[in-house]
Write a protein that binds this ligand. Sequence first.
Ligand SMILES: Cc1cc2nc3c(=O)[nH]c(=O)nc-3n(C[C@H](O)[C@H](O)[C@H](O)COP(=O)(O)OP(=O)(O)OC[C@H]3O[C@@H](n4cnc5c(N)ncnc54)[C@H](O)[C@@H]3O)c2cc1C
Length: 385
Amino acid sequence: MKTIEREVIVVGSGPGGSACASYMAREGVDVLLLDKERWPRDKVCGDSQAEVTMKHVRELGAFEELSVVGYPNKGFLLTSPDYQKAYLPAPGVRFSTPRRLFDNIMKNTAIRHGAEFMEECWVSDVIMEDGQVRGVKAKYEGEYVEFRSKIVIGADGAHSRVARALGMFPDNPPDTGAGLRCFYENCEHEGYIEIHFDKDVLPGYIWIFPSGSAGNNVVNVGIGFGMDIYNGRTLQESVEVFIQNSPFGERLKKAKQISPWKGWRLPTAPQAFDNFAAGAMLIGDAGSFILPLTGEGVGPAMETGKMAADTAMEALKKGDFSLKTMSKFGERWHNTYDEKYKSMLAMNDAFRKPEAINDTVNMYLTNEEFKAEVLKLMYFADSAQ
Ligand SMILES: Cc1cc2nc3c(=O)[nH]c(=O)nc-3n(C[C@H](O)[C@H](O)[C@H](O)COP(=O)(O)OP(=O)(O)OC[C@H]3O[C@@H](n4cnc5c(N)ncnc54)[C@H](O)[C@@H]3O)c2cc1C
């Protein structure tokens, strides 16, 4: 069997893997980034790049390139079951960009920083030796290959093979969501990314996000649900009811659907516990880091990518890849996210009941102090600096 050896192997070149590889490669680490798809590839998503994402885009030098293709949205527009509107103006520049374009920019950024990239390389298992991960097994160009390394970063998304191989693939119904998305063109909008807590769709929600800079008023339309709260309709039926009954859905009758519906899994943060082992770390969706309330996962994927890169570089310096050294990754993400997850979960629970959403939106519109708290929570103001 063919063997290839590198210092660090990152499995998956989505935003998490690409950011992680960039942060290591630019410090001179010998990084190999593997992905099973032929690039550029699509990813089912709402396509919004929020504050923490933008922080890493800037830090890695990809802002100029992204600003050419991204739509600079003005922030969130939330609507309540009693049809009130709450505008949440964004604190800085943020984009919504189709993932096919955004992810390719970030993957090319990793290559520019010095990472090596191999596409159409399907990882099937990890190599374990003396209780430590020492690489991955994959199929590449029709051949089985062993990629050996000192550290493996699992950045292979919501269906992660690396997480399964490590016995760390949680799928708890309340903490795993499902989403469905398609694109429409000629849909009027006000330049905000819209989330509609519609009375006919609750406890799920509908989003309508302006998409990219290509014109034609293209929007990304989707529906998000927790897997424990099926309301008796299929997701597509719920969207149809929204289009027929809601004053905010009505404009989609005149717009044109230009892509099929596609669905994907959303592993959210409350189940992110065991996501490191001797010689390995799981970042982004592979480590279940999606935020519970907003479904935002790109920022957490890049942020945990940076945390894993810092931990990996410390381990390489010490020549120590033990569980204890890798546990620094756990410390890092708990410090950054524990409190945020707690507040978002509380709000997420409240946002399943129509009366609670009506009251919250009403309070946002009438109480300046509450408004400031909500803006801080939604925009992660402290971590976006
Ligand atoms: C419907 C929906 C809407 C969403 N909307 C938003 C949003 O608007 N904003 C936001 O921030 N987040 C959103 N999210 C969440 C976001 O899409 C994810 O959190 C984000 O993509 C995670 O990035 P990642 O790098 O961890 O994984 P991914 O982006 O999934 O990348 C994983 C990569 O690993 C590769 N891979 C997988 N398996 C293997 C294998 N065995 N071998 C080799 N390579 C492999 C894949 O090809 C892929 O390129 C949404 C999610 C869904 C489902």
